[in-house]
Design a protein around this ligand. Sequence first.
Ligand SMILES: O=C(COP(=O)(O)O)[C@@H](O)[C@H](O)[C@H](O)COP(=O)(O)O
Length: 354
Amino acid sequence: MPLVSMRQLLDHAAEHGYGVPAFNVNNMEQVKAIMEAAAETDSPVILQASAGARKYAGEPFLRHLILAAAEAYPQIPVCMHQDHGTSPAVNIRAIQSAFSSVMMDGSLLEDGKTPSDWDYNVAVTRKVVDLAHACGVSVEGELGCLGSLETGMAGEEDGIGAEGKLDHSKLLTDPDEAAEFVKLTKVDALAIAIGTSHGAYKFTRPPTGDVLAISRIKEIHARIPNTHLVMHGSSSVPQDWLKIINENGGDLGETYGVPVAEIVEGIKHGVRKVNIDTDLRMAATGSIRKYMAENPKKFDPRDYLKPAMAGMKGICKARYEAFGTAGNASKIKPISLEDMANRYAKGDLDPKVN
Ligand SMILES: O=C(COP(=O)(O)O)[C@@H](O)[C@H](O)[C@H](O)COP(=O)(O)O
């Protein structure tokens, strides 16, 4: 099957009331684990590559790994998505190298750290939308900065994210601004800030509504009903994997993620794409630490990467099932990017704004 656009996958998800996890990929083991889980659950797939992944693996390896996934699992629709493109140039290069979906993260300046202003975000996002839609490629934008409502600290990570303390107006996406932003940019999907952040240290206690604003999703969805909402920083930080890591020489301390039940609540109110990276990192690390501790004489990487793949696959299957993604791959007939470009040109995919 050819690569499909994110817009096609998320329109199908919206029509049938489910969400699609978007897993970050950097290497063959992650790609295989995700694809095996998708094949076993009949789930459509979004594989996304971050700036960090580009630095680690390089664009040709990422592209060929994702193309290999599409070739090896021809029954599964696969979207190849650029995660957090920090400039139009990054996204244009991604389109040139066959990505079927891109993210223009204009909430930050090109350094990926400094919060931008409204005019900058609208201008760069609109520029990418015009170019991408002409190629049938979908675009995710971002409004608001990821960060903790508990501490006010921005979601600084090694890859991408603002730094320092931000006020609540930056850490929570405003529904009126979301409507205006979508009207001006025509993005297909919008990443919103509701108190989540990248990485393993999201919450110091199981989150409640004051630090994880799921209610905000409902307000935003009411204003932009056919723009797909995206939850970044949506790993659940599984407590069983945390325990395995800490029991086998790790030291992650006490920390909590976004409960799967809260994501499912978000899916009921317009969340269609759910970004997950940390959970797979934790499953891989826990599996490898445990294997190494129990098998001190082993040295073939295939021996410890096999349990790592099994651990990651377990997380992927659980998310495909919980988000309702399972059972939908076989119902999706791919629409070519050329056809998508024609639909954009005719205005068939324009956003509705209330
Ligand atoms: O939201 C994301 C992951 O959330 P998570 O940490 O799994 O809760 C992704 O969009 C991040 O962009 C990704 O994890 C960043 O990865 P690197 O830049 O470190 O590769």
